[in-house]
Design a protein. Structure first.
Length: 309
């Protein structure tokens, strides 16, 4: 009897879905989400997207997928949205942000290039483009985009952090320290700003301040790559090579694209008398540099598009 009642309920629900209009499906998805029924909400949104070619449904579905850690699914959903609305600002913005979150900077760059052309006065898009370019290794391009973002929306802490990071990459540590100190004045709890400030201080030889700030970051984020890099640099200067090695190994593991820890690991292994490991990390450093240089070269030679898969 109970099974028959459940079956009847399911059939009634199926019939209701089959005749539901777009608004009913979207409202149903919102109600399901409010009730904590994420999978039901996703199914309703898929139905609305398939039946009515609803861009709104696809955006909401991608947001849920991204929130559940399904970056691949979210990107596929957003690709469908881009087919329906190739120049829609909210679609491009969502696609760029999910791409960045999935550590696919080249894909994000293409999208953000379109966004900054369509909306040249929106600081957020120049900021995101700067972050994507920095992640891909195009530091010169990143500086240009981030300065545009700062000019459009001055003293935004996230923009200042990103500018500080590119200054660190350019080894202009005094500029980095000034920019990051201002960012921390505006947002004292920003861990990324504090870690980047520690790196700038280490670059300036201010090792005590660098260690203090890096240690503060590690107290709340023990695997933070920049903070571990800074601790590695400080321990090397103190000739505490085994501790330096351990911190740098953590930095390399948590930021596998960065060549910085590999170079420092080559030095610390040389100090420890392990020539084979030193050579291995020199080779890893060179390979990561080549990978970044190849990406930047492809971006500039192809106008971004040909490297997007």
């Amino acid at each position: 009897m109970i099974a028959a009642m459940l079956l009847a309920g399911m059939l009634a629900q199926s019939r209701a879905l089959a005749t539901a209009d777009r608004a009913t499906l979207l409202n149903g998805a919102s109600a399901a989400l409010a009730a904590g029924q994420r999978e039901e909400a996703k199914q309703l949104l898929r139905t609305a997207a398939d039946r009515f070619q609803s861009v709104q449904a696809l955006l909401q579905l991608a947001r849920l997928q991204s929130g559940d850690g399904d970056a691949a699914g979210a990107l596929e959903t957003l690709r469908k949205a881009r087919v329906l609305a190739p120049n829609a600002e909210d679609v491009l913005n969502a696609f760029a942000q999910v791409s960045l979150g999935a550590r696919m900077p080249v894909q994000a760059i293409l999208t953000l290039e379109s966004l900054t052309r369509l909306c040249p006065t929106v600081a957020q898009y120049h900021y995101l483009l700067g972050v994507a370019l920095m992640t891909a290794g195009d530091i010169v391009g990143a500086v240009e985009s981030l300065k545009k973002a700062d000019a459009l929306d001055p003293d935004r802490p996230l923009t200042l952090v990103a500018l500080g990071l590119v200054h660190n990459n350019q080894k202009t540590y005094a500029d980095a320290k000034r920019t990051l100190a201002r960012s921390i004045e505006l947002d004292a709890d920003n861990v990324e700003a504090l870690a980047a400030l520690a790196e700038a201080e280490a670059g300036l030889g201010e090792l005590a301040a660098a260690e203090t700030h890096a240690t503060r970051v590690l107290a709340t984020s023990p695997a933070h790559p920049t903070a571990n890099l800074v601790v590695g640099l400080v321990r090397m200067a103190q000739q505490r090579y085994a501790e330096a090695r351990d911190a740098l190994i953590t930095a390399a593991a948590t930021d596998p694209r960065s060549p910085k820890p590999e170079y420092q690991l080559s030095l610390v292994y040389a100090r420890l008398g392990d020539g084979a490991s030193a050579e291995r990390h020199v080779n890893l450093y060179r390979q990561k540099l080549r990978d970044m240089e190849a990406t930047v070269k492809a971006l500039h030679e192809t106008g971004f598009g040909a490297v997007i898969k």
